[in-house]
Design a protein around this ligand. Structure first.
Ligand SMILES: [Fe+2]
Length: 304
């Protein structure tokens, strides 16, 4: 299963410690685990919700600057750096409450976009992009199945930079829906080399820490490569996915966005993300085994 992956030189005890809540509590004492109440939300006026919902329908994305999250953005960013320094994927940041709480704060905005009782998909990720590295290559997230015929989204991706994101250190690039010749249309079978728009229509989306970008899951986008010699910090960001409640689920289970998962549930969800992207990132083989075994053990213990 993981025969093409690098063999780890870490002892088994290394992987045992990341199972322990106590390890993570000590790793960053200022962040919380199973401690935070979801009690503060950002206020969005009806006008703002309507305008941005319309932008999603017309252009496939919007960039909301400085929503003022009740979150320690810089500490979250530094924590992902320290996790990356341990040679673990930054997605382990999701052991901390703060990485779940941040999405809850835009509930009113997502209610407007996806309707009441929208759900969180069990898909999320964290990026720590160092000099010379790139974000993900050009792609569409779920494609046209994530849109109604009038281009209203059934699901969206929420992307939050925790550092500055610029063309120098890597930022998102997007082809607006109204410039995309295949948007919400059937794609050519071999369209991977067929760019769906004109080069001059692609937009760079430089962003500040704590900004909010939301796009439909059909919009064509990528994370650019960072310069080898830039003087910015590494680009750090996190992403979540959400869907309407009144359509069939896109995954075999969905999460309630206003419920904080337990520590064990977080490790299962983190393990799922690691397995999902293991070949893309060429993680160490032992990390793959750890993730696989953690999910199996959880299923056995909980009779799933
Ligand atoms: Fe994407």
């Amino acid at each position: 299963m993981y025969s093409n992956l690098k063999i780890s030189d870490k002892p088994q005890s290394y992987y045992n410690k990341i199972l322990e809540k106590d390890f993570w509590n000590k790793f960053e004492k200022k962040l919380n685990i199973e401690n935070i109440c979801f009690d503060k939300k950002l206020m969005f006026t009806k006008k703002v919700v309507n305008e941005n919902t319309q932008k999603l329908q017309n252009y496939g994305y919007f960039h909301y600057k400085n929503p003022n999250f009740f979150s320690p953005i810089n500490l979250m960013s530094q924590t992902l750096k320290r996790i990356n320094d341990m040679n673990l994927p930054p997605v382990f940041g999701f052991v901390y409450d703060e990485f779940w709480y941040i999405q809850y704060q835009i509930e009113d905005l997502l209610n407007g976009i996806l309707g009441k009782n929208y759900k969180q998909l069990p898909d999320f990720w964290a990026w720590f992009i160092t000099k010379g590295k790139s974000g993900w290559a050009p792609h569409r997230d779920k494609g046209s199945k994530s849109l109604f015929s009038n281009n209203k989204p059934k699901s969206v991706t929420v992307w939050i930079p925790l550092s500055k994101a610029t063309p120098e250190n890597s930022c998102m690039y997007i082809l607006p829906a109204n410039k995309d010749k295949y948007y919400n249309k059937e794609k050519q079978v071999n369209s991977s080399n067929d760019f769906p728009g004109k080069i001059e229509d692609f937009k760079a989306l430089p962003a500040d820490p704590g900004d909010l970008l939301i796009w439909t899951q059909e919009v064509y986008h990528w994370g650019s490569s960072s310069d080898l010699d830039h003087t910015e910090c590494p680009r750090v960001s996190i992403a979540f996915e959400f869907q309407r409640a009144d359509i069939p689920p896109f995954r075999d289970f969905l999460l309630e966005p206003n419920v904080l998962p337990t520590f064990e549930e977080r490790l299962v969800l983190i393990s799922m993300q690691i397995l999902q992207y293991i070949n893309m990132y060429k993680f160490e083989r032992d990390l793959g085994f750890w993730a696989y075994n953690y999910i199996e053990r959880y299923k056995k213990l909980n009779k799933l």
